[in-house]
Design a protein around this ligand. Sequence first.
Ligand SMILES: [Fe+2]
Ligand SMILES: [Fe+2]
Length: 282
Amino acid sequence: MGKTGVDPQERKALVRARIEHSGTLPTLPQVIARIVEMVDDERTTARQLGAEIAKDQVVSAKVLKLVNSGFYGFSQTISTIPHAVAMLGFDTVKSLVLSSGVLEMMDNALPGLWDHSLACARACTFIAEEADLEAPEEVSVIGLLHDLGKVILSQTLVDDFARIRQRAERGAMLLVQSELDVLGCHHGEIGAWLLSKWALPAKLTLPIADHHDFRPNRDHAQRTAAVHLADVLVRAEGFGSGGDRRIPQLAAATLDTLGFDLERVERIMNRLHADLGELSRA
Ligand SMILES: [Fe+2]
Ligand SMILES: [Fe+2]
């Protein structure tokens, strides 16, 4: 039992039900639902997928803008969806397609969240490369989407979110701590709910769910360690804003899980600086 006398799992289920019944939860347009189906079918080719996405000019323009916005660091412009699928893989393009609408709302939810998310995406790429993780572009999309739960909270539980922000500000505490106090769950879990509702795989949703609660023995621990480390580094450097003034503490075992020593972390910091010098600092 939690301090409110309600079972913690029940408390979470209640928050989830409130979010789902708020009527303001982002939904998937028809064209995107069709794309999800196609991506889940192994026989779908990049060309077929590209043709389907291209039918929706708005979605394809948004996805190409994201792909070319600099956080993937491609030297050439990617001008078609099939090209994006070939470069980034199905799951990454699917994640970008699905979240293209929500990503636009980031700065409305919290000023600076967009820059924070872009910086995390970039940091995740560097960490994935340095740790030799599989599919660095998927790790990057995890970085881009890791704080999506904050956007969902700002859209669906408006009053609670205002209270959460106020408490964090007054008590000089992390937003995640204030969320746990007020709701009994945090934006990592909430973001992962929405992404699993959209049928994104656990290899993308679990690291997002656990980015403030890293445990080395859970599934996809290396990816979770990557996004957790990226968040801490980006906040320590003040790229964009995560919505509070504190820097989360790096969980023990993060560096071990990635096989990093401090020298390696410094190299990642240097790469980040060289890459993100232009980004606004908090
Ligand atoms: Fe977070
Ligand atoms: Fe974050």
